[in-house]
Design a protein around this ligand. Structure first.
Ligand code: FAD
Length: 402
């Protein structure tokens, strides 16, 4: 059997790794439009800060592809799915034959239709090139406008502060990440910006215009227009669905897949950021997190191998900002009761979301152990005692045996 994976991000590379680990012995080709298969989370953290270089963000060392018999075609774009001809078409017209195609095409940074947002001074952050260009502009004293206080915007704001930049962070939401972290922790996390010298304003940008300093932003509220050296948009991503759409696959703000990552064409699977799962007739939101992309890859490989997929786990993500490591697992929006373990005044601490006596979510600052324990409680349906959960002197391991 011949498998072609389109896209060399974490989803595509995980699919290849899981196929070989599962005993796949056929032809395996990984086509990636980027320079080399690399990891994206460091782009707003260590890579942007300069503490990791491009080698250190490679998803696999160069020799891995030969060892695993993965034919890697970097800097190569797939321009069409030719499912009737049994393959994919590359930009130079070559047809690469495939019995199964896995779309792992990720997405691009969103650029909302704000007038003037096409300026060179307005950055986005999705690729190594974006990160290189942004880092070159981050000189001490530079005035930086960060638009969007979600994961990427907040991390960029934090890294800019470390460069000695003067940072203004705008977001129309009062407290970003409330759904994922719960109101209290989200407010604590958002307040870190102010504590570290970032000016936080609750607004959006109405327009950008060239200005003597670089770029002038006018805002959607009465906030006075201001000049900046540069602006960074951290306002989400757009899934790359065009290959799927042109090939007539079902696309609905994402490439629609079933619980096995299979699209509306049984020969084509989709994984990672662009995949949108339909479960029990309902279209779920796209995950857009690193671990979810990795799990998609493992599930797609199991589908191709015809073996049982790994058991699903509660969704998890992390973010790092202003020296704090934050993790969240599960569905905090489903919680009816919040239990705090430790004190918000002294990280590390964690919050657990409970419903009907079960842990449904947890989020923590500098406390990965708590989140790992919560994940076990969620995945294994271990009942929780709120009093013991909130008592930092109780070892969480003892609660896992309950
Ligand atoms: C700056 C940044 C920071 C992040 N930080 C975190 C974090 O802290 N925690 C977290 O959980 N998640 C984080 N994420 C999200 C996480 O990185 C993504 O969910 C993950 O990278 C998705 O992986 P993917 O493989 O689906 O897509 P991608 O990583 O986007 O990879 C897709 C690949 O497909 C290639 N491609 C697309 N179309 C074609 C084509 N036609 N032909 C060939 N190749 C093609 C692209 O060039 C790209 O290399 C971050 C994302 C970014 C951008």
């Amino acid at each position: 059997m011949k498998v072609v994976i389109v896209g060399g991000g974490i989803a595509g590379v995980s699919t290849a790794a899981a196929l070989r680990a599962g005993g796949f012995d056929g032809d395996l080709t990984l086509v990636d439009a980027g320079e080399f298969p690399y990891d994206r989370p460091p782009l707003s953290k260590e890579y942007l800060a300069g503490s990791k270089d491009s080698k250190q963000i490679a998803l696999q060392p160069p020799h891995w592809y030969d060892e695993q018999r993965v034919r890697l075609l970097s800097r190569t774009k797939v321009t069409a799915l030719r499912t009737r001809d049994g393959g994919v078409e590359l930009a130079d017209g070559t047809l690469v034959p495939a019995d199964r195609v896995v779309l792992a095409t990720g997405g691009g940074a969103a650029r909302p239709p704000i007038p003037g947002a096409g300026s060179d001074r307005v950055h986005v952050l999705r690729t190594v090139r974006d990160a290189d260009r942004l880092r070159a502009a981050l000189t001490p004293g530079a005035r930086v406008l960060v638009v969007g206080a979600g994961l990427i915007g907040a991390e960029v704001a934090s890294t800019c502060v470390d460069f000695g930049c003067e940072v203004v962070l705008v977001d129309p939401a009062a407290t970003p990440l409330t759904a994922a972290l719960g109101a209290e922790l989200a407010a604590w996390v958002h307040a870190l910006h102010d504590a570290r010298g970032v000016t936080v304003k609750r607004t959006g940008v109405a327009a950008f215009a060239d200005a003597p300093r670089g770029i002038k932003a006018t805002f959607l509220t009465s906030l006075e227009p201001q000049e900046f050296d540069l602006a960074v948009l951290g306002v989400g991503m757009l899934p790359s669905t065009s290959l799927a759409a042109t090939a007539g696959l079902e696309v609905d703000r994402g490439i629609v897949v079933d619980a096995h990552q299979v699209t509306s064409n049984p020969a084509v699977l989709a994984v990672g950021d662009p995949a949108r799962m339909r479960r029990k007739g309902l279209l779920l939101p796209r995950a857009e997190h690193w671990e979810a992309a990795q799990h998609d890859g493992a599930r797609a490989a199991a589908t191709i191998l015809g073996i049982r997929p790994p058991a699903p786990t509660a969704p998890w993500f992390w973010t790092d900002r202003h020296g704090c490591h934050i993790e969240a697992v599960g569905h905090m929006e489903a919680a009816e009761q919040i239990v705090v373990r430790g004190s918000f005044d002294h990280p590390a601490f964690s919050v657990f979301g409970l419903r009907d006596g079960w842990v449904v979510a947890a989020a923590a600052v500098d406390d990965s152990i708590a989140v790992r324990a919560a994940r076990r409680m969620i995945d294994r349906r271990i009942p929780a005692d709120p009093d013991r959960l909130s008592d930092p002197s109780v070892n969480l391991r003892t609660l896992l045996r309950a």
